[in-house]
Design a protein. Structure first.
Length: 276
């Protein structure tokens, strides 16, 4: 049985997120490590984090997904902006290390015309420096839609990053909207896509999923999330994905355009797919 949850606001702290998750029958959740604009994180409240961890354990939650700010681009062109992004990564890893065993997910980055190879070596350099401290955190590369110069729009590109970093503490988070927009037909060829993922990346590296429908057709490279059943992927395909035996143990997080009541409905829907 997968763990189901959604993206939550971290404003009230960690125990508040655990409570909110519980109130919508979620047993995992995702949150931004800081304001999406990438401003300084406020000082972590270690007592709140420790109590939240204990509550998660008592309620048999699965691993959480801490999400980096969208603006963190480890392969941006200006060296000082790149240093700032690497600094954000290091600080965020320290924060997530206070929630041992959970995941830190980020968008690999956009090479902004520097080229794929340069972008990948810059991402790898930042990751290697972040991994030096040996923190109890697994870093996840998110599969991307491949918009503009975004890296991670293909499984091969993620494989190149994994090879360049060569650490078992780096995994992958598969976003259903992103892979669909990137041209992977998870609607009509789920088995083929999972086989390709396994061949190129390895299913053992897959640690979490983002469950979203897409506002655009296959291969559109747009990245616009839709509510479940209101996009081009559709409920039948999403039901096959969340009930697939190869994915059964993973946290699955909604990032659909919803408020809490909408998330509650979608989590109930996802759970109904598993029971049937
Ligand atoms: Fe993301
Ligand atoms: Fe996502
Ligand atoms: Zn997205």
């Amino acid at each position: 049985m997968p763990y189901f949850g959604c993206h939550l606001s971290p404003t009230g702290g960690y125990q508040a997120m655990v409570r909110t998750a519980g109130s919508i029958d979620a047993d995992t959740f995702q949150f931004f490590t800081r304001n999406p604009r990438g401003s300084r994180a406020k000082k972590p409240d270690d007592q709140d984090m420790a109590l939240a961890l204990a509550q998660m354990k008592a309620q048999s939650f699965g691993p959480l997904v801490a999400h980096a700010p969208y603006t963190m681009n480890l392969c941006t062109k200006e060296p000082q902006n790149r240093d700032f992004a690497a600094q954000v990564l290091r600080e965020d890893l320290q924060l997530v290390a206070m929630l041992p065993g959970n995941f830190y997910n980020f968008h690999p980055g956009s090479h902004v015309g520097q080229g794929l190879q340069t972008g990948i070596s810059q991402i790898a350099a930042a990751l290697c420096s972040g991994l030096e401290n040996d923190l109890p955190v697994t870093i996840l590369l998110e599969t991307m839609a491949g918009k503009g110069s975004e890296i991670g729009g293909s499984f091969q590109e993620l494989r190149m990053i994994l090879d360049a970093v060569a650490s078992s503490r780096v995994g992958v988070c598969l976003d259903t909207c992103h892979v669909w927009d990137g041209g992977y037909d998870i609607r009509d060829n789920l088995e083929g896509v999972l086989e390709e993922f396994d061949r190129v990346i390895g299913l053992d590296r897959l640690k979490a999923l983002h469950i979203n429908d897409s506002k655009n057709p296959l291969g559109a490279r747009k990245d616009r999330h839709a509510c479940l059943g209101e996009g081009f992927i559709g409920l039948d395909a999403l039901s096959r994905i969340v009930s697939h035996p190869a994915l059964a143990h993973l946290p699955m997080v909604l990032e659909t355009p919803n408020e809490l009541p909408g998330y509650a409905k979608e989590i109930a829907l996802l759970r109904s797919f598993i029971k049937s």
